[in-house]
Design a binder for this molecule. Structure first.
Ligand SMILES: Cc1cc2nc3c(=O)[nH]c(=O)nc-3n(C[C@H](O)[C@H](O)[C@H](O)COP(=O)(O)OP(=O)(O)OC[C@H]3O[C@@H](n4cnc5c(N)ncnc54)[C@H](O)[C@@H]3O)c2cc1C
Length: 540
């Protein structure tokens, strides 16, 4: 399972990915879970057909007007389309849908086929006070697809899947203009045909799309070498209720603040990104992935810091803490088992044979000097080929009664260990009280000269009310992140889940500035109300 051989498939509303890759827990894993106090929920998940949806509040005349913009076959308000666009892919999102709760479903889903249709839809929705949820791949894990309804005539999801073309490739400048609804694997396949790669491989690669990468400032697992998605974007087109904004007439400019960066990360609150122009890299001729062992997380983190500050940076660089090292997430049977000790790191090198050789030699020297033990290519290759499998594990674990979820944050190197300790303690304290304490695993997922992001995976037995159980743990983690002065998100975004903590992080004046920009582009406040910033319908 590598990025080149994953097809684009429609997902089940709450089961991840291609059904052909669905994972089942082996009996041994079930026995292990039972020994750790995990009980299979008494109620199996509600089938999507039986999810309870709110009544449609949009009147027939508005639905007809929306259909007139996109064409009758491209507006749906049937049960299936509404369930498929209900919230995103956080564990609480999935738990609520599994319990049959479809309260956040949109009234209708519009599938525009052109940028002009998106603008016309937004103009119409502003006129009639209809809230709009921009929807690319639908993999948001921060409540970015569950806007507030209050104060609006209804909610329409604008699904960009028909905007899925590679509009142009400029081989001289090495850029491509891609439409927002192009899914990760389709974009990569089209670029590989011409000998290029985007180099953007988030773990949600099978589901997420170009527009969502831009709107939520995604970071792929190869960010050390290829950069984050916001590093790749050189231009974009934004549809707003007041018309079109086109940005990026040159790679860099000194004209005012970089407004591209204002749109990147705007999470549908300022407009709908319909296309982006991204820089390309040549498709790698060679790839080498290796694994390393360090005596401790502190030793490994120190080695990674030295490498990114003074060394030759690999394409992929990550380090698991002791707990994560001891758990092989690709093997559920080993989930609660012991491990070989120390901390494992993965280094991956991609490029021409000469580039790979040079960077590998440089990085190896730094990591060895910092105490790392090179374990060879087997573990690195296993990570590379297995990395898209982990999201498939969540479904059988939820079925079995495990509460499993992830969260991430980022800080400067000097505060990294304090942050890991504080978040680990907050999650552990909040989720203790069961027969068995929770598993709290952490790895360094993205590195910079000045700091790194920490990615936590949490697993424990579900209580009777796992949504509330997780919300309490997540609030405790958020408070710990704030207390350490770290950022509330590195790559998942703000959505509704992080909005209030984000407001605390940037302060009221910055929030006012953001809301003023929103007011300029979206005066009625129809775009994703309550996502990123407080809804304009809440007043000033
Ligand atoms: C299993 C799993 C693994 C993940 N791994 C990663 C990872 O490795 N790295 C990472 O960065 N993220 C990851 N995520 C989070 C998520 O995939 C990213 O945030 C991704 O960028 C979202 O893309 P999408 O196309 O699914 O966007 P969506 O979920 O459709 O949208 C995300 C937000 O942007 C808005 N939006 C969508 N399209 C547009 C548009 N065209 N214009 C304006 N606003 C828009 C939406 O309203 C929403 O608020 C993961 C999620 C899951 C479920």
């Amino acid at each position: 399972m590598t990025e080149s051989d994953l097809p684009v498939v429609d997902f089940h509303p709450y089961r991840w990915g291609d059904p052909a890759h669905a994972t089942h827990l082996p009996d041994a894993a079930r026995d292990t879970l039972a020994a750790f106090g995990v009980k299979t929920p008494t109620q199996p998940p509600v089938e999507p057909e039986a999810v309870l949806l709110p009544a449609i509040t949009l009147d027939p005349e508005t639905l007809a007007a929306l259909a007139a913009v996109v064409g009758a076959g491209h507006l749906r308000s049937d049960h299936e389309a509404r369930v498929a666009h209900t919230r995103g892919w956080s564990t609480p999102d999935l738990l609520r849908l599994r319990a049959g709760d479809g309260t956040d479903a949109p009234d209708a889903v519009a599938y525009p086929g052109t940028h002009e249709e998106v603008v016309a839809l937004l103009e119409l929705c502003a006129e009639r006070r209809v809230a709009v949820v921009p929807y690319s791949g639908g993999t948001s894990v921060v409540g970015g697809l569950a806007p507030l309804r209050a104060g609006f005539a209804g909610v329409v999801a604008v699904d960009l899947k028909r905007l899925d073309a590679v509009l142009s490739v400029d081989e001289i400048s090495r850029t491509a203009t891609l439409q927002a609804g192009l899914r990760g694997p389709a974009a990569e396949a089209a670029l590989r045909e011409k000998g290029y790669t985007l180099g953007h491989f988030p773990q949600s690669y099978e589901g997420a799309s170009i527009g969502g990468y831009a709107a939520a400032r995604s970071a792929g697992q190869s960010s050390a070498g290829y950069g984050r998605f916001d590093d790749m974007v050189v231009g974009l087109t934004l549809a707003t209720p007041r018309g079109t904004v086109t940005l990026g007439s040159a790679p860099k400019s000194a004209a005012g603040p970089d407004l591209r960066q204002l749109v990147l990360g705007s999470e549908g609150a300022l407009g709908v990104i319909t296309s982006v122009t991204v820089r390309l890299r040549p498709a790698p001729a060679e790839r080498v992935y290796e694994s390393w062992r360090f005596a401790s997380f502190e030793a490994g983190a120190d080695a990674l810091r030295k490498l990114v500050q003074d060394g030759q940076v690999p394409t992929v660089l990550r380090l698991s803490d002791e707990a994560e090292t001891s758990v092989n997430l690709a093997d559920p049977a080993a989930m609660f088992g012991g491990g070989p000790g120390g901390c494992l790191a993965v280094t991956g090198y991609e490029g021409t044979a000469a580039e790979v050789a040079a960077r590998r030699a440089g990085a190896t020297a730094v990591l060895e000097a910092a105490g790392g033990e090179l374990l060879g290519t087997e573990g690195g290759e296993a990570w590379r080929t297995g990395r898209y499998r982990a999201p498939y594990l969540r479904d059988p674990l939820l079925d079995a009664g495990v509460l499993i979820e992830t969260l991430e944050t980022v800080t400067f190197w000097s505060g990294l260990h304090e942050l890991r300790a504080a978040v680990t303690a907050a999650l552990t304290d909040s989720l203790s009280g069961q027969a068995t304490p929770p598993l709290v695993l952490c790895h360094i997922s993205h590195v910079y000269e000045t700091g790194a992001s920490l990615y936590f995976t949490v697993a424990c037995a579900q209580t009777e009310d796992p949504v509330t159980q997780w919300q309490a743990a997540k609030s405790a983690a958020n408070a710990a992140i704030r207390a350490c002065g770290a950022a509330i998100t590195h790559h998942h975004g703000v959505g509704t889940d992080h909005r209030d903590t984000y407001a605390e992080e940037i302060g009221p004046l910055a929030v006012d500035a953001l809301r003023a920009v929103k007011r300029a582009l979206d005066p009625v406040g129809i775009l994703n109300p309550g996502v990123l910033v407080r809804s304009l319908a809440d007043g000033d």
